[in-house]
Write a protein that binds this ligand. Structure first.
Ligand SMILES: [Zn+2]
Length: 491
């Protein structure tokens, strides 16, 4: 309660008492509401604790879709369940692993999503220590890695920059391992205390290696034994199934525009998560934010000039399938999508927005952040982001924003068993809601002459990708081939 009161007073100071309660469309009313007492915390707790990890393709995920629909309905906001297809669903039923040889023990492991399964009777292969798996390491080891499981060392990674490095290293190491004829990869976990996390294998569904993350302490133990002259085998049985063309659902709620209803603003967060934790910072907190913003807009009877859609995307973790699906089924409306925003970097304080290398949008976003600059949102990073649901909007040339957050505890708990409700900074989440809502409403009510950007052509998107060197990150997340082949993106 004390926290809420402090927020209330500081906002009065920051946005100025005189601007309060002008018209329903005044962002200050909405900001006040979102910082006040709302059910955002209860919603988040229900989603994380009662539903839990919401892996696309599971019954829990389907249950959470119905939960999302009910929340919008209870707020009086029009809502639809929209189907899309996910081309490859990978489900791991069981992973049994053993280390044997100089020592025998059961390591803690988790397979990377899209890892190749083992044959039915499993695999037993020698473990080869490849250090950090650099080119020099592979050159030094030559034929020794052929037919083996390679053990790859990793430094501790506790922040977001480290995550990017981990993904990018993994993509390069996997390529070298495949080239050298290794059968599998054992990635030393980059986080301590036997914490495991789910990564997606580079190359996505086409991944050709048995690829696992091994608890840091277990991997270190193997490494020490091998470096002291011991010999180890890795025995593993990985039971996974692949389903082609499976149906899943986005939840799309909408407040119709009063003057330009055909023009659309979208804000979204993904409902699905991995299953080791309960998808709290990634991304339940921002799902709860979307619901709370819609709820408060409706209860204040805000009538935005443009239509605002609130998206709870699904199938994000597998490669942004939900937002891609939305794009496929709303092709004829895409020219009229003015701004699409993704919020997906946890509950650290929002300090601004990534604006996708679109200077006109960057300037407007900066202007629209003014009412909330006192809440900490000040910076614009005018670069494109690869890695979440803005991605296919970017490939389609649609203007898109991604909220930028202070790292807080995002990196340490990213996709991990520890991504649970107690890791969310609820106070910051509420402030973030106010920031996102103010910018969203600003875009929805922006005078037409200020919307100076248009949907980009194929050539312009292609130039953007080249200008910002996005090929490597697109490869790293397994989405480069889809763009290159014309399967994804503006024709
Ligand atoms: Zn996410």
């Amino acid at each position: 309660m004390i926290m809420k009161r402090i927020l209330f007073f500081s906002v009065l100071i920051l946005i100025g008492c005189t601007s309060y309660a002008q018209s329903p469309n005044d962002p200050s009313n909405l900001i006040m509401r979102l910082l006040g007492d709302t059910p955002i915390e209860e919603d988040l707790q229900e989603l994380c604790d009662v539903y839990g990890g919401r892996v696309t393709g599971t019954a829990v995920n389907l249950g959470s879709v119905e939960w999302g629909i009910k929340k919008f309905e209870a707020a009086g906001v029009a809502v639809n369940k929209e189907v899309f297809n996910i081309s490859s669903l990978w489900i791991d039923h069981a992973t049994i692993a053993k280390v044997s040889g100089t020592t025998n023990f059961t390591p803690k492991v988790v397979a990377k999503y899209y890892s190749k399964p083992t044959p039915n009777n499993g695999l037993k292969l020698p473990i080869v220590d490849v250090g950090y798996g650099t080119e020099a390491d592979f050159a030094r080891l030559g034929d020794k890695v052929k037919g083996a499981f390679i053990l790859v060392e990793a430094d501790l990674c506790l922040d977001v920059d480290g995550l990017f490095e981990e993904y990018s290293n993994a993509a390069m190491i996997d390529a070298r391992a495949a080239e050298a004829g290794a059968i599998g990869v054992l990635n030393m976990a980059s986080r301590p205390k036997k914490l495991l996390y789910r990564f997606i294998a580079s190359e996505g569904a086409d991944h050709g290696l048995v690829n696992l993350v091994m608890a840091r302490e277990d991997a270190k133990r193997c490494q020490r034994i091998l470096r002291n002259g011991g010999a180890l085998d890795f025995e593993v049985k990985l039971d996974v199934s692949n389903e082609k063309e499976s149906a899943s659902y986005n939840v799309i709620a909408e407040i119709k525009g009063s003057e330009r209803p055909e023009e659309i603003i979208i804000i979204g967060a993904h409902l699905d998560s991995w299953g080791l934790g309960t998808g709290a910072n990634d991304n339940g907190c921002n799902v709860a934010m979307m619901i709370d913003i819609a709820r408060q807009m409706k209860s204040l009877n805000i009538q935005p000039k443009r239509t605002i859609r609130f998206a709870l995307w699904n199938g994000e973790e597998q490669g942004y399938f939900g937002s891609w699906g939305y794009i496929k089924s709303h092709q004829n409306e895409l020219d009229k999508h003015i701004m699409t925003m993704s919020v997906d970097i946890g509950s650290g304080a929002i300090n601004g927005f990534f604006t996708n290398g679109r200077p006109e949008m960057a300037a407007i976003t900066k202007e629209l952040m003014k009412p909330v600059s006192g809440l900490g949102a000040k910076s614009i990073l005018d670069v494109p982001i690869v890695g979440t649901d803005n991605f296919d909007f970017m490939l389609e040339g649609v203007g898109n924003l991604v909220a930028s957050h202070k790292p807080f505890n995002y990196g340490l708990n990213y996709h991990a068993a520890s991504d649970t409700y107690d890791k969310v900074d609820v106070e910051a989440l509420k402030v973030n809601s106010a920031i996102v809502a103010a910018v969203t409403l600003g875009f929805a009510n922006l005078p037409a002459e200020k919307v100076t950007w248009k949907r980009q052509s194929h050539t312009e998107v292609s130039d953007l990708i080249k200008q910002f060197n996005l090929e490597f990150s697109m490869r790293m997340f397994g989405v480069w081939k889809d763009w290159e082949s014309g399967k994804r993106g503006r024709k």
